[in-house]
Design a protein around this ligand. Structure first.
Ligand code: NDP
Length: 444
């Protein structure tokens, strides 16, 4: 979800990046259109053969009433599936062992502490889920068959959860990294707390973003595969390529989860509708949608094409991983790591915290980070393209995620540039002179 975001500052009323009218308009539009869009996408994928035209004709004929009729009511089974899954993931997050990891220093000088048990939680989740199916205890096709009801329950449940976050931000913030913009809509949309917790150890954003959102992506990818197998007695090569690439990507995510805790989602974006609703609803519905489409469209690619797409996708996921790794290794070693076999070129950028302390961050200006200031978004978008392309081109809807991701990341590159410019001032200007392109070398 993309909208102009106010600058993060926990002490003052916020400055708008764009005009207040445009900011209000984009926030209200996203709040009101994202929930129905999730339902329409599911309905088109599952009941209209993935054809936008079919859904359009249906809505033209039946109007608003037709839309209300296709919106599934959240059923008891949907709530049960969500509750079991959420409780299971919360228990793994709390109780599985993991290394103690410190996050980056927050704007008010706090250092959040996490337990890095993501890989273990990921393995336990997939082994349990596949085991339940294998031993006939729970059939994942039940999840697919109630998908609309599950999304509907998630839409309403997550909305209530965001109201809880809003109230908690006002009455019981977990740390000093919290505050109000003075505007109820922005507080609800962008969130109030940077690191909300339940008790001392249960980090809410780790739960919503990683253990619920990203984990559900893996669980649903496996669900779609099993559904196709149970329906057709086999899994098509297109579904296999899609599932393997998504699982490689999510495995990479959990492998690097502690690194994710240093990124904008965690270190800069507060817990509100934008991030939390996005991870609780948008990730399980939109991010998984190419697989949802393939369930009823078992394209046969042939061995050569399937392997070529697989290799290209894995290469993109690797490059994206290597970009993140290069930046974090560079920061972790205080600029002493080798970058592409050489000593890195860098800028020592000073900035002032909200408490008035002067600190210095190192900016890497060689390797992937010397190609463009956000080059890592290119392989991210290409990976999504490669796990979607097995659907071929009969319908454009499976490509919605790729299009959405492209807009999201171009907006994010701008947001991050704006934030870094105001944080680092002249040092960021020097970086922009040295590395003039924002995302695509030579083009943008
Ligand atoms: P990162 O947080 O990883 O990087 C941006 C931050 O890094 C900046 O805010 C700045 O923070 C620091 N930085 C910027 N330039 C440099 C530099 N040259 N050297 C060192 N540090 C620098 O970005 P993202 O959170 O956007 O991305 C992380 C990963 O998540 C990527 O792989 C991305 O593709 C993926 N992603 C996926 C999305 C999806 O929906 N699929 C959405 C968003 C991201 P500081 O203040 O510390 O200087």
């Amino acid at each position: 979800m993309v909208a102009a975001k106010p600058e993060p500052d926990f002490t003052k009323k916020k400055e708008m990046v764009h005009s207040p009218l445009l900011t209000y308009f984009s926030v209200i539009t996203l709040l009101s259109t994202c929930p129905p869009f999730v339902i329409l996408l599911w309905y088109t994928m599952v009941h209209q053969d993935g054809s936008i035209l079919n859904t359009f004709n249906y809505l033209k004929e039946n109007g608003i009433e037709g839309f209300v009729n296709i919106w599934p009511r959240p059923t008891a089974i949907a709530w049960k599936i969500i509750a079991c899954y959420a409780l299971f993931e919360a228990a793994l997050q709390l109780w599985l062992p993991g290394k103690r990891v410190e996050g980056p220093i927050s704007p008010t000088g706090n250092k959040p502490v996490y337990k890095a048990n993501g890989v273990l939680a990921y393995v336990v989740t997939l082994v349990t889920y596949i085991g339940l199916w294998w031993f006939g205890i729970f059939n994942p096709t039940v999840v697919y068959d109630h998908l609309g009801e599950i999304y509907s329950a998630l839409i309403f449940g997550s909305f209530i959860f965001c109201v809880f976050l809003y109230i908690k931000g006002h009455v019981a913030p977990s740390s000093t990294d919290s505050g109000s913009s003075g505007n109820i809509i922005f507080d609800f949309y962008w969130g109030m707390e940077l690191y909300p917790r339940i008790g001392k150890n249960f980090d809410i954003k780790v739960f919503t973003n990683c253990r619920f959102g990203m984990m559900s992506w893996a669980v649903l990818a496996v669900t779609y595969c099993i559904k196709q197998y149970e329906t057709n007695g086999k899994v098509s090569d297109s579904m296999l390529v899609n599932t393997v690439l998504m699982l490689v990507y999510i495995t990479k995510f959990f492998w690097w989860e502690a690194g994710y805790w240093n990124t904008m989602d965690i270190a800069h974006d507060r817990a509100g509708f934008y991030i939390c609703w996005g991870c609780l609803v948008w990730v399980p519905s939109i991010y998984t949608s190419p697989g949802m489409y393939l369930v009823n469209h078992p394209v046969n690619l042939g061995l050569q094409l399937a392997i070529s797409i697989l290799i290209a996708g894995i290469l993109c996921i690797y490059i994206n991983y290597d970009c993140d790794r290069q930046r974090q290794e560079f920061r972790r070693t205080n600029g002493k790591s080798l970058v592409w076999g050489k000593a890195p070129s860098k800028i020592a950028a000073s900035y002032t915290t909200t408490k008035g302390e002067t600190k210095t961050s190192l900016l890497l200006t060689s390797g992937w980070w010397g190609l463009a200031r956000h080059f890592h978004y290119v392989p991210e978008i290409m990976s999504a393209f490669f796990w979607t392309v097995p659907a071929l081109f009969d319908n454009c809807l499976p490509y919605f995620y790729v299009a959405f991701l492209t807009i999201l990341l171009l907006d994010r590159a701008k947001r991050d540039d704006d934030r870094c410019r105001s944080k680092y001032g002249k040092y960021w200007k020097t970086y922009c002179t040295k590395v003039p392109y924002r995302v695509i070398p030579g083009i943008y």
